[in-house]
Write a protein that binds this ligand. Structure first.
Ligand SMILES: C[S@@+](CC[C@H](N)C(=O)[O-])C[C@H]1O[C@@H](n2cnc3c(N)ncnc32)[C@H](O)[C@@H]1O
Length: 440
């Protein structure tokens, strides 16, 4: 007797396909942001804007996603090292990204373990990665059980900074890369610059440079006086370049590369005649909105500052040039993982073109402050030397001008701040600035 063929089954009896878990806007958006950074070297803000087209998420969920992705990026080297011993094989990059999001919630964001594990498993299942759900469940449960002991013996500051940046920052001084890494490891506070005479909002701390500082996570729109234009958002270190240009009422001044306009506002409140030049239309619109909110009269021009020329030679110019922005890594930890050494070639060439253009716009005796929010030698000291080779005369900053931050004055008379300064006050962004005059 021949037995009848058994019917083929695509799955074992009794196993129904699991329903797709409900959407979780915070983790979905955070996952997209993280994959954008690690797989495509896309900046966090760009991914956040793209994800608005694919995921419906309330502003509150988007803000939470931003925070979760930023915390993961801030500790990414550490998270990779924590996961390593639990993984027998290299998982695909999106699976590793989901595991890092889960581990970041467990280790750095105090998310309850069941939520961190369950939401990661669900995320993988929603994203067509269900075969890795069991792995995520097992790995994250082990991390949850071991708690912070999984961090024991890890050199977190060293792990969280890519090797090329650590080695480049070693040129800033012994111990500086470690101090910078510590500065980047926590979320930055919110700093504002107050209009002269305006009342500071409640809850802030006055910093030695005159900025007011609010705890990390403060929403600027919640501070009294924002809509009325009493202040603008600006990191304490970012206030220094415009201040060091020392413009006076009535002077003809240009702010080249101006958006979103924190430094433009500083120049305008002095009573100088300010022209703000910005080539990016979307950023120019933000600059315009900011000047309107602040009620400041500024002549705004959308143009390439390399090609634009003023009607008459200028008394002073602030050139806050486009750069790698490595000095802003505590606000934008994605820069650590998106930027590459080779990006510096195009940036430094653009910085030189802008410097030459700025020189040609100045009257004899006119002043230029060149600034970048970069910690890289190529974009700072090397450009200051290039400016000198273009015929600009160094006009070093003095100890009196930097009395509130003497450690930022270099022997050459340049400004150099970094996230490791003012550790007891909450740090600051990294800036380089140098001042020049045009010879007669
Ligand atoms: C570092 S950001 C400026 C920040 C601004 N100074 C502030 O304090 O708010 C550099 C700006 O330069 C603009 N930019 C880049 N290249 C430019 C060019 N060739 N001409 C004019 N603007 C340029 C960018 O779009 C960007 O908005």
């Amino acid at each position: 007797m021949t037995s009848s063929p058994r019917p083929t089954r695509s799955r074992p009896r009794g196993k129904r396909p699991m329903p797709t878990p409900a959407a979780d806007p915070t983790r979905d958006v955070a996952f997209d942001i993280l994959c954008g950074v690690v797989e495509h070297r896309r900046m966090l803000e760009t991914s956040l804007a793209r994800s608005a087209q694919t995921h419906e998420a309330e502003p509150r969920d988007r803000a939470a996603a931003h925070r979760l992705a930023a915390a993961t990026l801030r500790h990414m080297g550490t998270l990779r090292a924590v996961l390593e011993p639990f993984l027998r094989k290299e998982p695909p990059e999106p699976v590793r990204a989901a595991l890092m999001l889960g581990a970041a919630q467990l280790l750095f964001l105090e998310t309850p373990p069941h939520a961190a594990v369950g939401t990661t498993v669900d995320l993988l299942r929603r994203r067509g990665l269900a075969p890795f759900a069991g792995l995520a469940n097992a790995v994250l449960r082990k991390i949850a059980t071991n708690g912070a002991t999984v961090l024991d013996g890890l050199d977190q500051p060293r792990l969280d900074i890519p090797a090329w940046l650590w080695s480049a920052w070693s040129g800033l001084g012994a111990g500086v890369p470690r101090a910078i890494a510590r500065g980047i490891s926590t979320e930055a506070p919110l700093d504002i610059t107050l209009r002269p005479g305006a009342t500071p909002p409640e809850g802030g701390v006055l910093l030695p440079n005159g900025s007011w500082r609010f705890p990390a996570g403060t929403r600027v729109v919640d501070l009294a006086g924002y809509e009325q234009g009493a202040f603008w958002v600006q990191d304490a270190a970012a206030t220094l370049p415009a201040r060091l240009l020392a413009v006076r009422e009535g002077e003809q001044v240009a702010d080249l590369c101006a958006a979103p306009g924190g430094k433009t506002a500083q120049l305008a409140v002095t009573g100088a005649q300010v022209t703000a030049v910005e080539n990016n239309p979307a950023r120019m619109a933000r600059l315009q909105e900011n000047m309107e909110r602040l009620g400041l009269a500024v002549h705004i021009v959308q143009a390439d500052a390399c090609a634009w020329r003023p009607d008459a030679p200028l008394d002073a110019i602030l050139l806050d040039a486009p750069c790698s922005a490595t000095g802003t890594a505590r606000r934008h930890p994605d820069v650590l993982w998106v930027k590459r050494p080779r990006d510096l070639t195009a940036l430094t060439a653009a910085q030189d073109r802008l410097l030459a253009a700025a020189r040609d716009m100045l009257r004899p005796g006119g002043r230029l402050v060149y600034a970048v929010c970069s910690l890289q030698e190529e974009e700072g000291p090397a450009r200051a030397r290039a400016a000198q080779a273009m015929g600009l005369v160094p006009d070093p900053f003095t100890p009196d001008e930097l009395a509130m931050l003497p450690e930022a004055l270099t022997p050459e008379g340049w400004l150099r701040t970094h996230p490791g300064l003012w550790p007891e006050l909450g740090g600051m962004d990294g800036f380089f600035a140098a001042r020049f005059t045009r010879p007669a």
